[in-house]
Design a binder for this molecule. Structure first.
Ligand SMILES: [Zn+2]
Ligand SMILES: [Zn+2]
Length: 465
């Protein structure tokens, strides 16, 4: 076998389309091993169609699974991938290890509910019991340290090693370096280069990367002019003040993990500085579970306000399904409730009925939502026009204030482009973006780095790198 054959490496995009879906990528290093990066579930698609193309992988043919962060579009199919590859070792950062377990148990709950409501026969795709077994295989790895695919640190003379680097997106999010016989591949996962309230911006390697596999989430959104995070916080504070002055309350649909903790901390600081009245902030039960993990790991992670304990220092109340039955929003109250995309029958979707009906209330979005999701539809509806958030309730006129504050956890496209140009990889692989976002990066790189090979990997096609 020639040297070239030994060093050959291929990538197969297992995501079903070029989109932010069920993210998963296979790297094949031939005799040195097969690695899968992430195994997510699609944020909207249901059943088998919501999974990556795991059927493309021969039974027990993967040795290593590397998880970039705990978000469902990166971990949701992990138990299924592990079922198909019982010999595989699974590695992730310590926070991802703690966050992913409750997240996947919640996923079982959601699937059981959807089975009952929508009759999706194959649900649940995995069970609580299977999950308990699966978790035992996971191994948490320290960041900025080289690891062997056999699970021990600082290996010598191994053909293939990996290391994790803080990606600044949510607690525990990482980019992954793979070193293979003198070549370096770097997968960004989901990245943010600027500080959020709690999570600090990415600390990524910038030198010696031959192949860069990068997310492109915000490729179709230019950075707003004069954008600053402080300015955005000020705008949100003003909008909340105006809502309260009218006697209204604010619903903020958020993801239970990440956005809930960031916003809870931000609102707490606004209250402490007397910018907002000290009324309790309502969060969901799952959001509370993730706050607990954020608190437990506060001192062990690279974080702002590492002394702040969300559950001890902040005045909050838990809102669960039982309390939702006779819910009516109270003046001056803030409801940080999931789901962020207002998926049917989640609390934020059910609560929205109450808010939509009254001019004094407000619904404030603070993160990404799929344009086809209920949240996406509401955001696209003009005031006074009707929107259908839930088939049971039918179309409903939008009477309350609806606004979007872009507290993104993803890098601005300009920052990400600058990073790619600085790294100057030989090959740049564009993933985790909708077609217009991918196209923007492709065009910019063609113009600004004409020697760089830029690849948008078609779904299911093996490409040589
Ligand atoms: Zn993410
Ligand atoms: Zn993602």
């Amino acid at each position: 076998m020639s040297f070239y054959r030994i060093c050959a490496m291929t990538l197969t995009n297992l995501t079903r389309a070029n989109e932010i879906g069920a993210n998963s990528y296979l790297l094949d290093f031939g005799p040195d091993g097969r690695v899968v990066l992430d195994a997510g579930m699609h944020p909207r698609a249901e059943g088998i169609g919501g999974l990556p193309q795991l059927e493309k992988l021969k039974f027990d043919s993967v040795q290593t699974i590397l998880v970039s962060h705990a978000h469902h579009d990166h971990t949701g199919a992990l138990p299924l991938l592990m079922r198909d590859h019982p010999g595989a070792r699974v590695f992730m950062s310590e926070p991802t290890y703690f966050l992913s377990e409750p997240l996947l148990h919640n996923s079982v709950q959601v699937m059981l509910k959807q089975k009952a409501e929508k009759g999706i026969a194959e649900y649940p795709l995995f069970t609580h019991r299977e999950l308990d077994q699966v978790v035992k295989v996971w191994q948490a790895c320290g960041l900025e340290r080289s690891w062997s695919p056999n699970g021990y640190p600082d290996p010598e003379n191994e053909p293939l090693t990996f290391s994790f680097h803080d990606a600044g997106h949510i607690l525990g999010s990482t980019g992954t370096v793979l070193r293979h016989r003198g070549r370096t591949i770097f997968y960004t996962g989901d990245v943010n280069f600027t500080d959020q309230t709690l999570v600090r911006g990415a600390e990524f390697p910038r030198e010696g990367i031959d192949v860069l596999i990068t997310e492109t989430t915000r490729g179709s959104q230019p950075r707003p002019e004069n954008f600053s995070r402080d300015g955005l916080v000020e705008q949100l504070a003003e909008a909340l003040e105006q809502t309260f002055a009218k006697g209204g309350a604010a619903l903020m649909p958020v993801f239970a993990m990440g956005k809930t903790q960031e916003l809870l901390a931000q609102l707490h600081f606004l209250q402490k500085s007397r910018r907002l009245p000290e009324t309790p902030i309502y969060i969901g039960g799952l959001g509370r579970s993730f706050c607990e993990i954020y608190d437990r790991l506060a001192a062990r992670t690279r974080r702002n306000h590492s002394k702040l304990r969300l559950l001890d220092d902040i005045e909050y109340q838990v809102m669960d399904g039982r309390r939702a039955r006779d819910f009516s929003p109270k003046r001056g109250h803030i409801y940080l409730i999931s789901s962020g995309m207002m998926t049917e029958n989640t609390l934020s979707n059910v609560f929205a009925q109450e808010f939509l009906a009254h001019e004094r209330h407000a619904i404030f979005f603070v993160g990404y939502c799929d344009p086809a999701s209920p949240a996406g539809r509401l955001r696209a509806t003009k005031p006074g026009d009707s929107v259908t958030l839930n088939a049971t309730y039918g179309p409903q006129p939008v009477r309350c204030r609806v606004e979007h504050f872009d507290f993104t956890a993803h890098a601005q496209r300009e920052d990400l482009l600058r990073y790619i140009l600085e790294v100057k990889p030989r090959v740049c692989v564009l993933v985790h973006g909708d077609p217009p976002a991918l196209a923007w990066f492709q065009q910019e790189l063609a113009a600004q780095a004409p020697g760089m090979k830029v690849v948008i990997p078609a779904s299911g096609v093996e490409i040589e790198l």
